[in-house]
Design a protein around this ligand. Structure first.
Ligand code: 7TS
Length: 420
């Protein structure tokens, strides 16, 4: 069960992703190494969404006609699949959102603004994405709460601290989108709960690659995006502990989230609808349900083993270049399937443009983690991020491109050749 994908399986998987078969810039075979930004979608997900629009497009929880009933059924089935996937105790504890950003903002508005007071501490880390920083800055400005950060060890892992009774919320990513570090969520949850704090996990880079069990992790909130786990953009969810969600006021007002509206007020609907105001992203949520099915059919353990192989191989090959500095832990047990690096003084944007001309998609920049880059004293990195359909051969293509880049930029040491 814990074996990586074999060659036949990998070929079958790649066949499910029509986008991967294409050539770019004339004859360059696409190598898609930008999975941390968004993953590609298998035909099963595309078909599920098409099917909804072609056969049973209707609003959910409203009509009593056949199409509306089918749309509602499929939408709720997707919720059930997701709940099972993360081992949420019940489907009502899974709230559909447009993604991680909206899920974190939901907690920031509905829980943090009503529960925090001046001097309370929100503990984050140096490796957070802006979507797990800015909402807390906004909460701090509105409530007087204070932001504190957990330190990084030299290898880019977290130094799990003793927490103090002022800590009310620990908001931490499961896996860094820059360092690749996989954080010890259960340990952090235990440390938070010991002082009576809650823990919110940003699962954007975790759930696509790691088997997630919100009960075993003992987390209070878990936020994630569908589009990084083979699902559509505009899909995602927030898991929350039932008692917390029940006590929280709604995030947005409108249709669906109410039980009754009178001339002077309203009462709230039950979970999860209290937090799903307005017509939701129906096709997207159904697509996410299909993505979950797809991942489950292959098995997260298998996907993780495959990614460990690809990432380990990429780390080994990257270390052939003395000019390259890799960020984050080198041990694949502590790292997810991505590698960020700098290549002497070549600007990451120049390098990414060079890669693009070779048909290789990577991301360059601060990856929406500016405080981390500042702490590391760098402006930007180049990031290659892998997923279940990537191959060792693609890593070889990537490394060959790096050799070519070295020759090309060697002639132009400022790294400005491509106009950045
Ligand atoms: N948290 C982490 C750790 C992320 O990597 C991202 C997106 C988000 C939150 C936000 O997710 P969204 O779906 O709500 O936008 N990260 C990236 C990235 O690394 N490159 O593009 C998007």
């Amino acid at each position: 069960m814990n074996k990586p994908l074999d060659g036949v399986q990998l070929e079958e998987i790649r066949d499910d992703f029509p986008i991967l078969a294409q050539h770019l810039h004339g004859n360059k075979h696409l190598v898609y190494f930008d999975n941390a930004a968004t993953s590609q979608k298998p035909r099963q997900v595309i078909d599920a969404m098409n099917d909804y629009y072609r056969r049973y497009n209707a609003n959910v929880h409203r009509g009593i006609h056949a199409l509306a009933e089918r749309a509602t059924r499929e939408y709720e089935l997707a919720r059930q699949r997701i709940a099972k996937f993360i081992n949420a105790p019940t489907p009502e504890t899974v709230i559909f959102t447009r993604g991680t950003t909206e899920a974190i903002n939901l907690v920031a508005y509905s829980w943090a603004r009503t529960n925090l007071k001046p001097g309370d501490e929100i503990l984050i880390t140096w490796m957070e994405h802006h979507s797990n920083i800015v909402p807390w800055y906004q909460v701090a400005a509105a409530t007087g709460a204070v932001i504190k950060r957990i330190d990084l060890n030299a290898d880019g892992t977290l130094a799990v601290p003793e927490m103090n009774p002022r800590t009310k919320l620990v908001a931490v990513t499961q896996c860094s989108n820059v360092l690749g570090t996989i954080n010890p969520i259960r340990q952090l949850a235990d440390a938070a709960h010991k002082v009576g704090a809650l823990i919110l996990v940003d699962g954007a880079q975790g759930i696509p690659h790691l088997a997630v069990d919100v009960q075993a992790l003992d987390v209070d909130f878990y936020a994630f995006s569908g589009h990084k786990m083979l699902g559509p953009t505009g899909s995602g969810a927030l898991y929350g502990r039932r008692q917390l969600l029940e006590a929280m006021p709604p995030f947005m007002g409108g249709g669906e989230m109410i039980r009754e509206v009178t001339a002077d007020g309203f009462t709230c609907n039950d979970l999860p609808y209290k937090f799903e105001a307005g017509t939701p992203n129906i096709a997207e949520s159904i697509g996410l349900g299909a993505a979950v099915d797809y991942l489950q059919n292959i098995g997260l353990e298998k996907i993780r083993q495959h990614e460990k192989q690809i990432t380990g191989y990429a780390l080994d090959r990257l270390q052939e270049f003395v000019e390259i500095k890799i960020y984050g832990p080198l041990d694949v047990e502590k790292r997810g399937g991505l590698v960020s690096f700098t290549f002497s003084d070549i600007h990451p944007h120049d390098l990414a443009t060079f890669f693009d001309q070779e048909g290789i998609a990577v991301r360059a920049g601060h990856h929406c983690a500016m405080p981390l880059h500042k702490k590391l004293n760098i402006g930007a990195t180049t990031r290659a991020s892998f997923y279940l359909y990537n191959t060792r051969d693609e890593v070889d293509v990537f490394i060959a491109a790096l050799h070519n880049a070295k020759k090309f930029f060697g002639a132009c040491p400022t790294g400005r050749a491509l106009g950045f």
